[in-house]
Design a binder for this molecule. Sequence first.
Ligand SMILES: *Cc1c(COP(=O)(O)O)cnc(C)c1O
Length: 392
Amino acid sequence: MHEMKPKRIPVSGPSITEKEVSYVTDAVQNAWYENANMYHQRFERAAADYIGVKYAIALPSCTSAIHLALAAANVGPGDEVIVPDITWIASVAPTSYVGATPVFADIDASSWCLSPESFEACITPRTKAVVPVDLYGNVADMDRICEIAKRHGIFVIEDAAEAIGGLYKGRKAGSLGDVGVFSFHGSKIAVTGEGGMLVTDNREIYDRVLVLRDHGRRPGDRFFWNTEVAYKYKMSSMQAALGLAQVERLEELVAQRREIFSWYEKHLGGDPRLTLNAEAPETRSIYWMITVVWDASLNLEKQELMERLDACGIDTRPFFHPISSLPAFADSVAAREASARNRVAYDIGRRGLNLPSGFNLTPDMVAYVCKSLQEVLDTRTAAPVLQAAITT
Ligand SMILES: *Cc1c(COP(=O)(O)O)cnc(C)c1O
């Protein structure tokens, strides 16, 4: 069926150059003894400057960053945390770690990020925090979300794991709430293998996170004096060196990813059956996952499309399932309420896929993915016509 079938096309993957290799090599040779922290310091400084915030803390994952943010804001048993129903489970699981209750709000039909209206409707006297997610590299409508949060005294943790380098009204994704968090997992746009970061302008939160992430030791403590039972959430120098090189190249990475999106747009942008990632005015998406949502009338299940593309050597991922539909949460009262309420999440979550979005893509590979996708769609749209031809 396909003349130019390339080897498997993965769904994501990083851009690694000589710069990354030389920084990591230097770290493994030299970042010990009195220099043990040099790459952490450079990485945190470079990231804070790039994001436009005062403080940055390198961490082993974004999941740990969200955990620390909730703990530092004293979120605990009896408190509710509002999260969008469509996201990776890492946005939600830390709420359970601290013993609080997640409440799943609906997403906006265009941005696919937290709907400000649904967020506001989910607020109760117990709501302590909200975790808006910058989904697939887009940025949530943070002005409206933060305005609502402020009116109700709700702490805002912006989950920018998928959107480092994104822009909202001239400000960087991750700088828009009380705390911002990022992931440097190998699938993300900037990688450290595994890794994360917490950023904030709030000195109190920053100081508290430094204690919480180091087994309850105060920064600079050399007496090994633990003031409380806390966590061990740190990154190695080799990872920090890799992260520094990636942050120094971020604008280049964002431009490259946006170019890849433009290749997809050229092939799929005019297809009335499909909707690609939206980009609101005054927003710059970094298109972490280039995503298609297909028309409901096609009656196509995401698993079926995944399998058909898999047979063409193309890896895809399902659009996130509503978190409230996952076995991990489905038995909870909050999940049952959410499944009855969140119409957009339950509709769009059923008919979307993430297409290959990695830095190894070429225009030819993207053309092949688009052609393969459209051929599958053609079999759905052509069917009723064929049927009609046979009966007449
Ligand atoms: C990847 C991701 C995370 C978790 O990142 P880790 O570094 O793997 O812990 C959190 N939130 C969102 C939205 C993500 O996509």
